[in-house]
Design a protein around this ligand. Structure first.
Ligand code: SF4
Length: 355
């Protein structure tokens, strides 16, 4: 029986402690099933895609909206892509929505509505990487898989008092986690969710709540008094600041000009307001030639993306010839109907303009 490197307990005993804690403290989340119930792979897949780089709290209303609108993978596959993108608006990382729709179409049309059950097969589908494939295999199909997200990395770094910094130490943390997951066929889905819940509610980033933790007695980070400082991180460069112009262009029918963004790239395929490129040097920004006499509104919208901060300056104009719109993915829409479909950065501007 394997023993944890610095603990007197076997991995099997530690896993038992975690599962015992999970049985009485599991978070109540809409996509979780009660003990004894069989999870629906469609629900698990949908929730795991939505939870990529997004909190459970932010995901809940979107998950419920998607399920009530598209209760099966077949109904989601049959939906127009524009509707799926619009329903995703505000959740961020929009490539996920495009891949979600593509994946639904493959599962519905090529696999008879049945998701594959192993991590390797799942990873062949759009939008499913190493972590998501492992999570779906474990949670939906009870397959042994090493499920390691940021929460589990933090628990491993602290439990084994690993001093090397992220991100280089990730493979080592995964190998440590694998000792808990490997060959565990009994309750792999519960084990994965137990670690996720421990990381999300107890072994939290700044101030771990060690007095509530089922692993406390054997946790080297806690015993050595260094848990809160772990995991160490390599310092990252400051996020660059970018600038752009954004336009509120109206016609005499009280419609507003909206832009469908290109499929590839940031906010790909989403509806937005017309905008310039976003650049670090604001002096190089130019108004698009189809917009005549743009008038500055002295309103600025600030938004943070993962890799840069953005400041958009708002302009208005009523001078756009319909002939200038051809081939540009631009179109007039009622502002109230389109406003709901905008991703967060454009919704901020929209709210300022209609208030
Ligand atoms: S004892 Fe504290 S640091 Fe260790 S795993 Fe539990 S919450 Fe995290």
């Amino acid at each position: 029986m394997k023993r944890s490197k610095k603990s007197n307990k076997t991995i099997c005993e530690l896993r038992g402690q975690l599962l015992g804690w999970y049985d009485s403290h599991a978070r109540d989340i809409p996509w979780r099933v009660r003990k004894g119930q069989v999870p629906d792979p469609y629900h698990v897949w949908l929730s795991e895609i939505m939870c990529q780089q997004t909190t459970v709290q932010a995901v809940k209303p979107y998950y419920e909206k998607f399920l009530s609108r598209w209760p099966s993978v077949q109904t989601l596959a049959a939906a127009p892509q524009e509707d799926v993108m619009a329903a995703w608006a505000g959740l961020g990382y929009y490539a996920r929505a495009r891949n979600l729709h593509k994946c639904a179409q493959i599962v519905a049309n090529e696999r008879g509505g049945v998701f594959p059950s192993t991590q390797n097969e799942l990873k062949k589908l759009p939008g499913i990487g190493d972590y998501t494939g492992a999570a779906i295999a474990a949670i939906a199909f009870n397959q042994p898989a090493t499920v390691v997200d940021g929460n589990v990395e933090r628990v491993m770094a602290r439990f084994f008092a690993v001093q090397e910094p992220l991100p280089a130490v990730k493979p080592k943390l995964k190998a440590l986690a694998a000792r808990f997951y490997e060959d565990f066929t009994d309750r792999p889905g519960d084990l994965a969710q137990g670690f996720m819940d421990l990381g999300a509610g107890i072994c939290i980033p700044k101030t771990p709540r060690c007095n509530l933790c089922p692993l406390q007695a054997d946790c080297q980070g806690h015993v050595q008094g260094i848990a809160a400082k772990l995991p160490h991180k390599t310092k990252t460069k400051a996020r660059p600041q970018k600038y752009g112009y954004i336009y509120w262009i109206t016609n005499d029918q009280e419609q507003v000009l909206f832009h469908r963004r290109p499929e590839k790239g940031l906010l790909g395929g989403m509806l937005g307001l017309p905008t310039t490129d976003w650049r670090e040097d604001k002096n190089t920004l130019n108004h698009p030639e189809y917009i005549e006499t743009p008038k500055p509104l002295n309103i600025h919208v600030h938004h943070t993306f993962t890799h840069f901060d953005l400041e958009l300056s708002l302009y208005e104009s009523a001078q756009v010839a319909n002939t200038a719109l051809k081939g540009r993915e631009l179109g007039w829409r009622s502002p109230s109907e389109a406003g709901e479909k905008l991703p967060s950065v454009f919704k901020k501007a929209y709210k300022l303009l209609i208030s």
